[in-house]
Design a protein around this ligand. Sequence first.
Ligand code: NAD
Length: 380
Amino acid sequence: MNKAAEQSLQGLRERIDAVDQQLLQLLAQRMALVAEVGEAKHVLGLPIYVPEREAAMLAQRRAEAEVLGVPPDLIEDVLRRAMRESYRSEKDTGFKCVNPSAGPVVVVGGNGQLGKLFVQMFRLSGYEVKVLGRQQWADADALLKGASVVVVSVPIATTSAIIADLKGRLDHGTILCDLTSIKREPLAAMLDAHSGPVVGLHPMFGPDVSSFAKQLIVVCDGRQPEAYGWLLDQFALWGAHLKPSTPQFHDEAMALVQAMRHFTSFVYGNHLMAENADVRELLAFSSPIYRLELAMVGRLFAQDGALYADIILSSQTALPMFRRYLQRFESALQLLEKGDREGFIQAFGAVADWFGPFAQQFLKESRDMLLVANDRRHLG
Ligand code: NAD
């Protein structure tokens, strides 16, 4: 080994360590500034996620990176990761209360996974929050009296019956809303149980999110949007993106977005089990995309089977659609069993045409995700 080259390498490594330590100091400075921004936003009541500010800041840093010969994607990756951290930490400062004169917020099912998250967020915004759990129905009238908002966050299968139990117990001005993953039935039940403001909500995220920043909440109007507007403003202040929809459109979209996805993941997991696949070995042999696929399927089984059964079974259109999917599986398999290579390529082309420019967009998006997945690999 060339001793001089070895020493030079060692020297370079030490200088890289020193630069990394400076990066660390700069990140610490950035986080301290972000904490101050959080305080200021708290006072001013500004949302934690401001898309225009984020886009403008990234565009500027990309341009500056280019001048310095730093790949613009590199600075964007670093800053996006740093911003994710700041969204998470801005939460710790709490949020401005949009409606300080509002009475208590009651979360029915507030000890459950998603309910707990909303309890925490309302408390961080300074609202008095009460939980109406399974055991508290004897005190329900006292708990519900004077509530500004009642949020229903209970298992899907029991939601409508629990909403019906609220009938006659709510003040006329109380906002009644739910977080159920389906919207048609619960919204109808809420409109029947309450004559005041009603809004159906579907948070399109699980209880494990670190912040509401950039998270989507589907909003289905029930009644008196002018009366519940402040509640939506509060969600927006938490960073959420609100997507208005009708309950019909929402439920039809969810048959594909949720029911179909969960069902195919379930079948795939079931297939791996029945084939006696060795997950450890699969991981050892996996390409980044397979690792992601395995992660997407495997994560399902770390969660509650009852929630997924309810999501699938509560969809009125899912089961006939699964049947059609099975038929498409069957006909694609027949092509291959016949050795019909041309037929397969033709069918492939038809789907590619149908995806159109989205295929390229998805290729780019997935490439970025795969790079991140690969960065996280440790091949020790
Ligand atoms: P969960 O089972 O963790 O929580 C439900 C809670 O409701 C439990 O604490 C349970 O004790 C309580 N409960 C049951 N019966 C009750 C009753 N009669 N009175 C009062 N409380 C009662 O379920 P979750 O995952 O938090 O889901 C709750 C709702 O949120 C569901 O409608 C679900 O569709 C929706 N949702 C969940 C997720 C998610 O990822 N978990 C995402 C979006 C929407």
